[in-house]
Design a protein around this ligand. Structure first.
Ligand SMILES: NC(=O)c1ccc[n+]([C@@H]2O[C@H](COP(=O)([O-])OP(=O)(O)OC[C@H]3O[C@@H](n4cnc5c(N)ncnc54)[C@H](OP(=O)(O)O)[C@@H]3O)[C@@H](O)[C@H]2O)c1
Length: 228
């Protein structure tokens, strides 16, 4: 079961834990992507099967992924984990806030999938990491319009792509996470204590990314103990 895996947002939080857990299986080849190359190199230098790549979802994605796409015959798993949370009252949101949120959480993810597509195979699995706030019918949080609406868009794109890609065999699913105790959560809600640790949710994501494509396609799955 040797897989070539790309994960974005690998420098901290959930993404970092996912890389650490996936790297334990030495047959996997893992590409860890984020803007902070030094931090990733420090975190993952003991893992021989992890390659760190500087990657900004707000930058030229085609160029940044070029080397991986040229080098790899196949990409088996793509985990679109990177995300940006803007916590700001709706009436105060600027065009810049909205554009940045949508660039990182939506447009960059779309471009990443498009770039990887030629190397995806009939057993490939794309996992989009969304939020429970982007899940239709869930409780919503004041201040998260720019973030949650972008996360909702990625849910919808997941459903559309499952249809567009159905002849190819590529599977795509979306996990809508509840609160996890990461720096993102701490920065946005300093007093809140999440019921889930990054290592716990990472274990779920790793297992889902490696096996979920056998059972799910085009599914928007709420993975939340904190929110109904
Ligand atoms: N924590 C939660 O409670 C929670 C709940 C629901 C959903 N989620 C989702 O889970 C995912 C991981 O969240 P987390 O809590 O681990 O967040 P985090 O601690 O803030 O980590 C976010 C990651 O995304 C990367 N990132 C941010 N902006 C980027 C950009 N422009 N280009 C490339 N990478 C960028 C960051 O790396 P660099 O800064 O090095 O680029 C970082 O590695 C996100 O999609 C988030 O929306 C989290």
């Amino acid at each position: 079961m040797n897989k070539t895996i790309i994960i974005t947002g690998a420098s901290r939080g959930i993404g970092k834990e996912v890389v650490i857990q996936l790297s334990k299986n030495k047959s996997h080849k893992i590409y860890a992507l984020s803007r902070d190359l030094d931090k990733m190199n420090q975190s993952f230098n003991q893992y021989s099967n992890v390659t760190c790549v500087s990657f900004d979802l707000n930058g030229n994605i085609e160029k940044q992924l070029e080397e991986i796409i040229q080098k790899e015959e196949s990409i088996d798993v793509l985990i679109n984990n990177a995300g940006l949370l803007i916590n700001k009252e709706f009436n105060k949101l600027t065009s810049k806030d909205l554009l940045l949120s949508y660039q990182v959480n939506v447009f960059g993810v779309i471009k990443t999938i498009q770039q990887c597509y030629p190397k995806l195979n009939k057993s490939s699995h794309i996992v989009n990491i969304s939020s429970i706030g982007g899940y239709q019918g869930s409780i919503k949080f004041a201040g998260l319009a720019a973030y949650s609406s972008a996360k909702a868009a990625i849910c919808n794109i997941t459903e559309i792509l499952a249809e567009e890609y159905k002849e190819s065999g590529i599977k795509i699913n979306c996990l809508c996470l509840g609160a996890v105790q990461t720096e993102m959560l701490e920065e946005a809600f300093p007093d809140y204590v999440a019921p889930t640790k990054p290592s716990e949710i990472a274990e779920y994501i790793c297992n889902f990314a490696l096996t979920g494509n056998k059972f799910f396609n085009g599914k928007i799955i709420p993975v939340s103990i904190s929110t109904p």
